[in-house]
Write a protein that binds this ligand. Sequence first.
Ligand code: COA
Length: 624
Amino acid sequence: MMMMIASSAKPARLVKPVSALKLPGRYLAHQESLPCLPVPPLQQSLEKYLLALKPLISQEEWDHTQQLLDDFRTSGVGERLQKRLEKRATKTENWLSDWWLQTAYLDYRMPVVIHSSPGVVLPKQDFVDRQGQLRFAAKLIEGVLDFKTMVDNETLPVEYLGGNQLCMNQYYQILSSCRVPGPKRDSVVNYSQAKKAPTHITVVHNFQFFELDVYNSDGTPLTSDQVFTQLEKIWGTSLQTNKEPIGILTTNHRNSWSKAYNNLIKDKVNKESVRTIQKSIFTVCLDAPMPKVSDELYKSRVAAQMLHGGGSRWNSGNRWFDKTLQFIVAEDGSCGLVYEHAPAEGPPIVALVDHVVEFTKKPELVRSPMVPLPMPKKLRFNVTPEIKGDIEKAKQNLNIMIHDLDVKVFVFSVFGKNFPKSEKLSPDAFIQVALQLAYYRIYSRACATYESASLRMFRLGRTDTIRSASVDSLNFVKAMEEPTVQNQEKVNLLRKAIQAHRAYTDMAIGGKAIDRHLLGLKLQAIEDLVSMPEVFMDTSYAVAMHFNLSTSQVPAKTDCVMCFGPVVPDGYGVCYNPMDDHINFSVSAFNSCAETNAARLAHYLERALCDIQQLILQSPKSKL
Ligand code: COA
C-alpha cells in the first residue's frame, strides 16, 4: 500500500535505523550479493513524469509543467540535486530506504489505525466456542514460532521475483519489534538481535495484557498443548473487561499519543509493562465476538475488525496498534491480523501467514508431557486521572474515525488469474486496467493511481510506484465507453494498455520508476537547504501525488485478503489477492466523502472485469 508522504520531512538520524540491524552470517552474504538501488538518469525521469501526467491534467497545465521541468534541467538545479543524490547512493547501502522509512512512516502523524496499518482477513475457522478459539490460537502461536525458527536459523528460502533474488531484510524486522511514538517523529525498536532475545509474546484478552513465555528453559518452543493450557489460565484470570482500555491510546493521532505516552511511562510499573509489550515477539488478541451480520457482509465486518477492532465498545481496546504483528482470533471463528507498516510490506507478512495457516492444519502428533508452567504474568498499569482523560479522548477520536470508514471485502468468482494467463496477459495488469475502467465509468475521468511495486531486488529495497493511469489505459477506457468503436479496436487498445502496465511494472521493479526518484530530489533539496524547486510546488505535482486510487496486489497461497484505508479523503484503498479461479478484493473509502462509495466501486470493478473478459472472448483469438 502507499503512504502519504509527510510534508515536514527533514532527514535526520533515526533512533534505531532499521537498516542498521546486523543480519547474521548466511543472510549477510546473500544481502551483500544484491545490487544497490540505482539513481535513474534525470532526463529519463523527467520525461516519464511528463508522460505520466498526460491522462491527469489539461493540455494547458501540461505545457506549464513542461516549461518548469525544462527550467529545472537547464538552470542546473536539477543536475546539482541529481549529483548529490548519486553521491548519497555511493555512501549508503540504499540511498532511499532510511528516507523512505522516515517520510512515509515515522514522520507521518495520522493515526496508524486505518491510515497506515493494513489488516489481513483469514478464512473463517470452524470453531464456535472458547475451547476452539484457544486451541486455534495455540496452534497459530506454535506456527509463528516455527517460522521464527526458520528466520533465526536462516533456513527461510531466499525469495525470487522474475528470476531475481530478493532482499530478505524485512523478515528480520517483523518479530520482536514495535513502533514508539515521538513528539515529531516516531521510531521503531527491534529486539530480535538483542543480546538476550525476547522469549515471550503478549496476549490480550478483555483489554488486559499478559506476558506469556513461549520457550521452555532448554530453549525449545512450547508445544501448542502447553500454550493452550497457558491461554486457558489467561482467560480464567481476565473474565471481566478491563475498565480502562489502555491499548486505545495507540489509536490516536501520533502527536497526541506521543504526549500521552510520555505521561504514561512516567510511572515505573507502566513503563515496565509497555517495554514488555514492545519487546515481545508478537501479540495475540483474543477477541470477544462481534455483532452478527449476514453472510454477504461477513468478510467486510471481519476486515473492519482487523483494521480497527470495531470501536471502543468492541475490540479496539484489545490491541497495541504500535506492535508490528498482532494476530487476532475471536471466539466466533473470525481471525486475521493487523500489522504496523513501518518495518515491512505485505508480502513478507503474508508469507508468514501462509506458513502459519498450513501449520495450523497439521494434525497434533505428539502430546507433550504436562510439566507445570508458571502463570503468565499480567501487565499492570496505574491509571492516573490524566491517563484516563487521554484514554477518553482517544476513544472519541477512534469512534469518529471508525464511523467514517467504509470497507467492502468481496470475492470475484467469475474467474481468477488463470483466465488472463490463458490469454497470455499479465493478471496484475489485467486487474489494474479493469480498475481504471471501473473508475472511469463512475467519474468520467482518470485519476492518479498508485500500485506498489517491490524494490526488493535491491539491497534494503522497499517499494516504488506503478502509475496505473496511463495514456494507454485512458485510450482503452474511453474506447470502451464509445459505442461506435469496433470490438477489435477495443481489444487492440486493451492489449496495448495491459502491455504498457506490465512494462511500467518491469521498469518499477528494476528501480527505474519516477516516484521515488522525484521524492529523492525533493528531499535532497530540503537536506541541502536550497529553495524548493518549482516543479515540486506545481499544481500538476499535487495532482500527480493525490492518489484517488491507492492499490496493491498482495498474493498469498491462503485464501485471504489484505485491506487498508484510502490515502486521500476522496480516495479508495484497493487490495487484491488473485487466486487461480477467483480474486479476493478489499475496497475502502471514507463515508464523509459524498463522492466515494466502496460498494459502488466494487460493483463497477466486477462489471469491468466481466466486460473485459467478454470483449476478449468475443474477439478472434489470433488477434491477442
Ligand atoms: N502470459 C501468461 N502468464 C503471465 C503473463 C503473460 N503475458 N504475464 C504474467 N504471467 C504470469 C506470471 O508468470 C505469474 O505466474 P505465477 O502465478 O505462476 O507466478 C502470474 O502471471 C502473475 O504475474 P503478474 O500478474 O504479471 O504479476 P506479478 O506476479 O509479476 O506481480 C507486482 C506484479 C507488481 C504485484 C509485483 O511485481 C510486485 O511488485 N509485488 C509487490 C507488491 C507489494 O510490495 N505490495 C505491498 C503491499 S503493502
